[in-house]
Design a protein around this ligand. Sequence first.
Ligand code: HEC
Ligand code: HEC
Length: 207
Amino acid sequence: MVFDGVDLRNGKDINEVCAGCHGEFGQGGKEGEYPRLAGLPPAFIARQLDLFRDRKRTNLAMVESVDHRQLPDADVLDVSAYLAAIEIPSKLPPVDETAPGFNAYERLLASKRVVQIPRAAGDVEAGKGLYRRECASCHGSQGEGDAKDAVPFLAGQYTSYLWRQVPKYIAKGRIHDPSAPEEPELLASFADTDLQNIFAYLSILDD
Ligand code: HEC
Ligand code: HEC
């Protein structure tokens, strides 16, 4: 995928449609009903949009907004690059509210783009061991993903959203490793408690 010459201004315009669900800054919404998009690898976002457009990844909400007619290839690249470049802090920087120049309104605006994943139930230590052994090679030692290989971050993504993807991969409604689509699904080999522990560990990585 070639992102040279993308039009970020067009990406921003297109994002106004996406924002209705995914938030103005791609921060996601409704505790993960709408996943966070900000900071995902651009090639990952673009590939998911292709899959939605081609009905290879099914989701009613998405399919309506990414129809080929409404979102031609150039637009896919523009909006993907735009969303990928948005930085979402996990905390607000400390400020002195009594200092001259403190602006409560700006502070409120800044707080809207903060995403802090609440700590999910589970055994964080057990999850850490499993994560490092089974997931870190692709998703990164801190769950940060890998832009070069278009692997999404898991740390900083809503836990409920991550959970919802597990049965989709197991049923092959999504393909976890696009370079080896025929391989048995990795996530099918874990008990729910193992996954719960992994997700608990991921939920504290953005603290
Ligand atoms: C009507 C609500 C809605 C709108 C509008 C919408 N989306 Fe989504 N989007 C969703 C939902 C719901 C999901 C999660 C689907 C699932 O659970 O598999 C999703 C998933 C995604 C994903 C997959 C993320 C991941 O980590 O796998 C991407 C990428 C995405 N949307 C991009 C966009 C872009 C870009 C736009 C605007 C062109 C957009 N969406 C507009 C509801 C929406
Ligand atoms: C061989 C590399 C690899 C390994 C190992 C791996 N993943 Fe993934 N993972 C990926 C790729 C690539 C994607 C995006 C695939 C797609 O297009 O849907 C992904 C996507 C995901 C998603 C969906 C994220 C989203 O935003 O839609 C979840 C959840 C996930 N992986 C969990 C895990 C867990 C948990 C482990 C360890 C038990 C793991 N993965 C191990 C490569 C890997």
